[in-house]
Design a protein around this ligand. Structure first.
Ligand code: DON
Length: 560
């Protein structure tokens, strides 16, 4: 009896030790072994574990996302949405759109008061800010490309939620910083509320474990119908929420044709509308290639000017033309055509900053950024997957579904709630991105896979709102044109411009000489502490792979 107890204690301790020992690994090199890079070491490990069980990259990405929904509540989610780009070893390329939708009771002017003034507090916080969640439908849509049953892929997340895991210092601080909002937006006490979190505290999420078990047992219906749906609709009723049972039941993830284009002999595969990411990436890469970027150095004044001007023109188009292709005329082929872009580039002047008013009809101004998360994975068989998922803001709407244990998104703010009123990332838009029931809000997420000789060469993506496409743009240019290694590519200071505001953001540590030279040409800079968290895998022609997790967070790599 005593022996049994001892054994039991030992194994319980072992399990707990597994989740309280957090090892952040920033870079792994490998050949012929699967690699997973995500925002949290335990989530990357969940993906690697599934690869070891014989799963492929698509199995691993499902397991990693479920795990992130537990260990990275600021952005990993069941209550949000995202986009996935996959390339299979047989050459098949696909994109899965599991973006949130506007509820059936939503309407174009729902965030305007009776004087027509937009109320961004309502589109950004609390129950009215929530779009119909897409993540769980997205995981099931991905399953078609996977090998293992969902029951197995979800198990690591259930263990993490039930047994708990140790918070890193960064997470503890983040939770503390948001406590007043959790208190303000929740009626019942949630697992995330506590006087003060500190590093090493164990976060246990019993309600979330129950929700995950329902999905394990009943499939997507375990989320969109039955108990979980009841709890979501119940949560809506505790405030001004409008999501109905029908909204949940009718939600569908959609497989879309990725955007595919050539960049200097590399085949880029990225996300189409309703994300603006792939279009912007194509526009920026193509426009900057008119100026032989490869002749300049990374972050030099010449290179930055060319790239900023490409960003300015692309983002002006975002505001005017882009939205959910099921609701608007899809202008993608025109927007990424060489003829259109050459014409757009005619106003480039290397002696002077192009005023934003010269490339698009000016609308309005900016605010700061928050949270999303990206995963890059390759497996030993040559499959690759990039997925970016989001709650939009940090912990989304800050509302936790009482009894179900997960945060709901505040994605409605990504619609243009009124023409010219910027969203929380300063992006403006008009009719193309106006609110309509069932419509998907325009995104900037840019999960991207670059192929060389038809094989995965770069797998990349990042959070960061509107800075996502510009970060992915820089990542690709850094490797292809400036020949930087993946670590420098991810970790050197980045910059960002988005047409409006007129200024260019640069991360602290950006070369001063570049700023001085460009200020003489009328560029205005704004220093910011961080842009994005890039998760990148680069594989050379001989199959040697390097996976790098961004140094700006607790992001971590795991190997099969
Ligand atoms: O879909 C989008 O573009 C935004 N909701 C993404 C938000 C985001 O990346 C926040 N992360 N830092």
């Amino acid at each position: 009896m005593k022996k049994f107890l001892l054994l039991f204690t030992l194994s319980a301790h072992f399990v707990l030790a597994q989740f309280t020992d957090i090892h952040i690994i920033k870079e792994i090199r490998s050949k012929d072994r699967g690699l997973v890079v995500s925002a949290h070491p335990l989530a990357s490990e969940a993906g690697a574990k599934v690869l070891k069980m014989g799963g492929n990259a698509f199995d691993a990405v499902i397991a990693t996302q479920y795990a992130l929904a537990v260990v990275y509540p600021q952005a990993g989610n069941l209550g949000g949405g995202g986009f996935l780009v996959g390339v299979k070893n047989n050459g098949e390329k696909f994109a899965i759109d599991f973006r949130e939708t506007a509820p059936e009771k939503s309407s174009r002017d729902m965030y305007l008061d009776n004087k027509g003034k937009a109320n961004t507090e309502l589109s950004q916080n609390g129950r009215l800010a929530v779009g119909v969640p897409g993540s769980v439908a997205g995981f099931f849509a991905t399953l078609k490309h996977a090998k293992l049953p969902m029951e197995k892929l979800i198990q690591p997340a259930i263990d993490l939620a039930e047994q708990g895991f140790a918070l890193t210092e960064r997470e503890a601080n983040l939770l503390n910083s948001q406590m007043q909002f959790f208190n303000q937006h929740n009626t019942a006490k949630t697992a995330f509320q506590k006087e003060k979190w500190k590093a090493g505290d164990v976060l246990v999420q019993k309600d979330l474990a129950e929700t995950l078990k329902l999905i394990q047992k009943n499939g997507a219906k375990g989320f969109y119908e039955g108990r979980t749906a009841n709890l979501i609709v119940g949560e809506m009723k505790r405030g001004n929420g409008i999501i109905t049972f029908n909204d949940l039941k009718n939600y569908h993830a959609t497989e879309r044709k990725p955007i595919v284009f050539d960049y200097k002999g590399n085949e880029i595969v990225s996300m189409p509308l309703p994300s603006s990411g792939g279009i912007l990436l194509a526009q920026m890469l193509k426009m900057s290639s008119f100026e032989n970027l490869e002749n300049f150095q990374q972050n030099s004044a010449d290179a930055v000017q060319i790239m900023v001007e490409a960003e300015r023109r692309a983002f002006a188009d975002r505001a005017e033309f882009m939205g959910d292709p099921d609701f608007i005329q899809d202008q993608t082929s025109m927007l990424i055509s060489d003829a259109y872009l050459k014409n757009r580039w005619k106003s480039f002047d290397k002696n002077w900053a192009t005023p934003s008013s010269a490339v698009g009809k000016i609308i309005s101004q900016t605010k700061e950024s928050t949270e999303t998360t990206h995963i890059s994975i390759i497996d030993k068989d040559g499959n690759a997957v990039a997925v970016t998922t989001t709650l939009n803001g940090l912990y989304g709407s800050k509302v936790v579904v009482s009894g179900a244990g997960f945060f709901l998104n505040n994605e409605m703010d990504d619609f243009s709630i009124k023409p010219g009123v910027p969203n929380m990332f300063g992006a403006v838009g008009g009719e193309a991105n106006s609110i309509k029931p069932g419509k998907r809000m325009l995104s900037s997420m840019t999960p991207t896979i670059v192929l060389k000789n038809r094989k995965p060469f770069i797998v990349v993506g990042t959070p960061g709102g509107t800075t996502i496409p510009t970060s992915v743009f820089q990542s690709i240019v850094n490797v292809v044109d400036f020949k930087l290694n993946p670590n420098l590519t991810v970790n050197l200071p980045k910059f960002h411009h988005q047409w409006l505001p007129e200024s260019v953001q640069v991360e602290n540590g950006f070369p001063e000489i570049t700023l001085k030279l460009l200020e003489k040409k009328n560029y205005i800079f704004e220093k910011v502490s961080q842009i994005g968290r890039t998760e990148m895998i680069v594989i050379d022609e001989n199959g040697n792979a390097v996976a790098v997790a961004d140094g700006r967070g607790d992001d971590s790599v795991a190997m099969e």
